[in-house]
Design a protein around this ligand. Structure first.
Ligand SMILES: [Zn+2]
Length: 264
């Protein structure tokens, strides 16, 4: 998409999780895509107009890129065309379709020069895999925090972009109990946790993501990292390291899977 021009944008309803931007099609059509990016769970499209299109997939959002205007997306990608909410046509004739059955995703336009003050990203912590994230960073961020480490890692102001699956898997790799208080992590445990987080993310990207219910890449391909889960969604099955039965508990409304023997 980078370097291409947006010929048209069609929105098939007034809103997703939030209303679409005012005069959305008009503000986007005819603009060149300067740069695609990502911060935390937000996708960003810098437009030649000086605005940034900020997008979030919510729970079930999916972009597909198709080469033909008449292609049936259901056939090609397994998505139901009834949930195609936004269709973008590029000057390359590629069709970029946003499909989202549950509509927790959203799209907003924000001035590029004020992007530092985009409210949903202002309080974001560092990206895993970046130079700003390390064991030393965790030492500082978790100092004095009483929340369980599971909750702290899901808090996007501590670390950006981590979701439930990858937090569970990283804690298992670092041999840290999800119930442990965050303030007891700095030191040796943080030294295990930071690389465990980076390894899980890097391996999941390499595997094309985790396709448990509806995730697929823009070309419609499914990820296969779910076949490598050590603990996530494996309640009652043996821990791959020690054979102890994997347990599940609910923390802040989300399921946590862990090995009660390996994780202390
Ligand atoms: Zn174990």
């Amino acid at each position: 998409m980078e370097g291409r021009k947006i010929v048209s944008l069609t929105q098939n309803r007034a809103d997703l999780r939030f209303p679409f931007p005012e005069r959305f099609a008009e503000r986007v059509s005819g603009q060149k895509i300067v740069r695609l990016g990502r911060r935390a769970k937000f996708l960003t499209v810098e437009l030649s107009s000086g605005e940034v299109l900020v997008m979030h997939l919510g729970m079930t959002g999916r972009f597909t890129v198709s080469g033909h205007a008449t292609a049936r997306y259901k056939h090609e990608t397994g998505t139901d065309p009834a949930h195609d909410h936004v269709v973008i046509v590029l000057d390359s004739h590629d069709i970029v379709t946003y499909n989202d059955p549950r509509r927790f995703g959203f799209m907003e336009l924000w001035p590029a020069e004020q992007f530092q003050s985009y409210p949903r990203l202002m309080a974001m912590g560092p990206e895993p895999l970046s130079n700003h994230f390390s064991a030393a960073y965790l030492d500082t961020a978790l100092k004095g925090k009483k929340a369980p480490i599971k909750a702290a890692l899901l808090d996007q102001s501590v670390i950006a972009g981590l979701g439930n699956i990858y937090v569970c898997e990283a804690l298992w790799r670092a041999k840290i109990s999800p119930k442990r208080l965050s303030q007891s992590i700095p030191g040796q445990r943080a030294a295990r946790l930071a690389p465990a987080i980076n390894d899980v993310i890097a391996e999941a990207i390499e595997a094309g993501g985790s396709s448990i219910s509806d995730f697929a890449s823009a070309s419609g391909e499914l990820g296969y990292f779910q076949h490598r889960f050590a603990v996530y969604d494996r309640e009652g099955q043996p821990c791959p390291a020690c054979g102890t039965t994997i347990k599940r508990l609910v923390q802040s409304g989300r399921s946590t899977f862990y090995c009660p023997s390996c994780q202390r």
